[in-house]
Design a protein around this ligand. Sequence first.
Ligand code: UAG
Ligand code: ATP
Ligand code: API
Ligand code: MG
Length: 519
Amino acid sequence: MSQPLSHLMAAAGLPPMLPGGIVPETLSVSALTADSRAVRPGTLFAALPGTHVDGRTFIAAAVQAGACAVLAPPGTPWPQGVAPCPLVECENPRRALALMAAALAGPQPAYLAAITGTNGKTSTADFIRQLWALQGFSASAIGTLGLTGANPTGITLPPLTTPDPVTLANTLATLERAGVHHVALEASSHGLEQGRLDGLHLSAAGFSNLTRDHLDYHGTLDAYRQAKLHLLSDILPPGGLAAANADMDSPTLDAIRRIAKTRNLRLRLVGEQGDTLRLLEHRALPHGQELRLSCTGHIQTLTLGLPGRFQADNALLATALAAQNDADLPALLALLPQLQGVRGRMERAVVLPNGASAYVDYAHTPDALARLLASLRPHALGKLVVVFGAGGDRDRGKRPLMGQEAAVGADIAIITDDNPRTENAAAIRAAVRTGAPQALEIADRRSAIAEALSLLGPGDVLVVAGKGHEQGQIVGDTVLPFDDASVLRALTGAEGITNNGAVASAHAQPTARKAAGPA
Ligand SMILES: CC(=O)N[C@H]1[C@@H](OP(=O)(O)OP(=O)(O)OC[C@H]2O[C@@H](n3ccc(=O)[nH]c3=O)[C@H](O)[C@@H]2O)O[C@H](CO)[C@@H](O)[C@@H]1O[C@H](C)C(=O)N[C@@H](C)C(=O)N[C@H](CCC(=O)O)C(=O)O
Ligand SMILES: Nc1ncnc2c1ncn2[C@@H]1O[C@H](COP(=O)(O)OP(=O)(O)OP(=O)(O)O)[C@@H](O)[C@H]1O
Ligand SMILES: N[C@H](CCC[C@H](N)C(=O)O)C(=O)O
Ligand SMILES: [Mg+2]
């Protein structure tokens, strides 16, 4: 459906004025894009300066392809020799694009919950989705795993944790039209910084934790924190429901409390220091954990069929975000024992004939690795072995810290490759090794996993960390097929246990493909 440009500009808070006068009502926009290659006649092209190239250099190509208007930052020069076309200049074109995209796409699901934080977004979003589904709602989640849960129209999403604003708005409107009124989604710090979520009409927003990651992009921890806080300080409307883990670092928690007070948000805190859901006791069980907690003052005990203390944190945060009213909390807590594990998150992939277990997990930050190993320790009657690496073209400062956490938390650490991308893989491993000088180093990931398996005795535990659900090893701009769980199954000849309790066998790998997008 098309809309007059003036309506879209109003949705973005812009007056209907162009340098040449008022925007004609007859100027209609049928689509929006920030990529000149996707422009068709009737499309508004957002010319955005980016991290790799300046989108303004593609204005000529966009106009040539039929762009009916261009959105750009102030002072954008019109390319010489290019036919004139309405140019909408504004201070924050990324935000304007997101607001226009929301207006053009149409209504969003009535109950939309977004979750940010360094770790736990995918898990929490999926738990929210599961809780809603268990309540009988048609519910989806959008994030690192793509679109999961209800997907009546078979949407596939690009491999980003938070999709670009146009894809996001179109996806949400399609879901709403198809009867999916409950959607949980991940808000990455990149997505927040780039305004990808600025057009969302949120009912609830959560913050799991803040520890080191992505300083390559944000520069400082403070800038990283500010990007994430944008979800609560600007996107969640006043009076909305906010939830956070109260055990996180105090600068972030203090900021969340301040924002909640200023903006009159309904803040629910969960965890050991929580108020709405306070975790009083936690006991690891062989394949899960027992939680004793206080829910708005009432004490109760429940069993979660998922191991790992961090999974309890995510489950409680999900409960706080899924319940519209405090009165709904007890019913949602009663559903927690039915939660299924999330693919690649502390997933017990195989059990060896000698009783040793091998897990796959997505820990790719120092804090995640520390918590993962601490969570697995009670399950290791013998040794705890970790195979891990650090990604290329990502925060270099986290590499030695990941090494340190592996050295401290595991009995044996094996450093291997994890998506070297365009960097020298040996140099990445060397940087990790500075934090773990005693670690073994085996570049080839399959060989590293095979070596780790050979070290396992009865009761030992192995975790292969960093890739989780990923299906490839990114080397240069090529994705070589690789799935940690399948490799574990193939090397042991074992049938695996999926996180859903079903039996999975090793399966054939697809062929290599091109990596998506720049680094
Ligand atoms: C660093 C980063 O986040 N980049 C994202 C950003 O790109 P950009 O604006 O910087 O792109 P650019 O390549 O410099 O190009 C500038 C502009 O020129 C346009 N262009 C470019 C070429 C052309 O021929 N025509 C054209 O119009 C581009 O579409 C873009 O609008 O906006 C693009 C559109 O939304 C994203 O695809 C792109 O994600 C890249 C692929 C990426 O790898 N992003 C990762 C780092 C990311 O966002 N990750 C987070 C997860 C983090 C986590 O949770 O751990 C995520 O949310 O997935
Ligand atoms: N609440 C948590 N606190 C600390 N670590 C966690 C927490 N939840 C998950 N983790 C660790 O982080 C890993 C990734 O979890 P998850 O995919 O849920 O996070 P994410 O925030 O979505 O990550 P990404 O930024 O890649 O999208 C898990 O496999 C686990 O090792
Ligand atoms: N969302 C994270 C995923 C990292 C996964 C890990 N396998 C790596 O490549 O570092 C990122 O893009 O930084
Ligand atoms: Mg994620």
